[in-house]
Write a protein that binds this ligand. Structure first.
Ligand code: ZN
Length: 283
């Protein structure tokens, strides 16, 4: 009940249509909430053919992270509902590069709303958690992307690469984002082995692009509530145009460095807030 209220209130502040879609999901039984025997772990937003409803599958166990996961999956669900409303089935999907925009957008606003009522210690813990997640989604994935680029380049010149050669490249790029504060042991040279996304060539960039676009939009909505209409236009556009053209129509040029820097500045600002709060708390 608390989670439903938190999410409904956050969505309703953003746009009444968001809270209405959420209310429908709750009332129509489109959210399978609790874990049960035989159910897979994790969470998922299931979009079936046009005529059938969208479903959300959760394993809710009453933690804040569970509420954020529901907000995240509702982002996918809202995205899908808006695309269905405005386009025919052929365009009904989202691009990999922007698939996680709606989900992170909803998740971040719900976390912000929750933080407003938390005590200072909790606020600091939440900011640190968020920073960790943001760095993992942006900097770590881009480090992986540049690692992949170098592997492919090397492979074209040298052909077969031994695991030690790949490991050395991996360490170089991980070190580039971790800096001198994190010590990388020799074993960490093998971390690329279980990193499954590396087998989906260059997929990793989509986490960074999705979150940075989402952060640009969060920033714009905070400055001007009416920007939510542009967010909805974007969420309704599906595969009707390339992401670049969809944004162009909204008056946003994503080929400009400034666009991406807006998202990065949001992370920088969060770091500043965490530092100030830590000082206040005598940490
Ligand atoms: Zn997602």
């Amino acid at each position: 009940k608390k989670t439903v209220d938190l999410i409904w209130n956050t969505f309703n502040n953003l746009d009444p249509e968001f809270s209405l879609i959420f209310k429908d999901f709750v009332e129509n039984g489109q959210i399978d909430v609790f874990p049960k025997k035989g159910k897979r772990n994790g969470a998922f937003c299931m979009s079936l053919p046009q005529e059938t409803p969208v479903y959300i599958l959760l394993n809710f166990s009453n933690k804040l992270s569970d509420s954020l996961i529901l907000a995240h999956e509702m982002g996918h669900a809202i995205n899908d509902t808006l695309v269905r409303k405005s386009l025919h089935a052929l365009y009904r999907d989202v691009y990999t590069a922007t698939a996680e925009v709606a989900s992170t957008f909803c998740e971040d606003f719900v976390l912000e709303k929750f933080s407003q009522n938390a005590d200072k210690e909790t606020q600091l813990a939440l900011k640190m958690m968020k920073l960790n997640d943001d760095v993992s989604a942006i900097h770590r994935q881009i480090a992986c992307y540049t690692f992949e680029q170098e592997i492919h380049k090397n492979y074209r010149v040298k052909g077969y690469l031994a695991k030690e050669q790949i490991g050395a490249l991996f360490r170089k790029h991980m070190k580039a984002y971790l800096g001198d504060y994190v010590e990388l042991t020799e074993e960490s040279d093998n971390w690329w082995v279980p990193w499954s996304h590396i087998r989906m060539y260059f997929y990793v960039y989509s986490y960074a692009s999705g979150l940075l676009i989402s952060k640009y939009m969060q920033n714009a909505v905070r400055r001007d509530n009416n920007f939510i209409n542009k967010v909805k236009e974007f969420l309704s556009a599906g595969l009707s145009e390339s992401p670049k053209n969809i944004f162009m129509k909204l008056g946003i040029d994503i080929t400009k460095k400034d666009f991406w820097n807006t998202g990065l500045n949001e992370v920088e600002q969060l770091l500043g807030e965490a530092e100030t709060l830590a000082k206040q708390l005598g940490k």
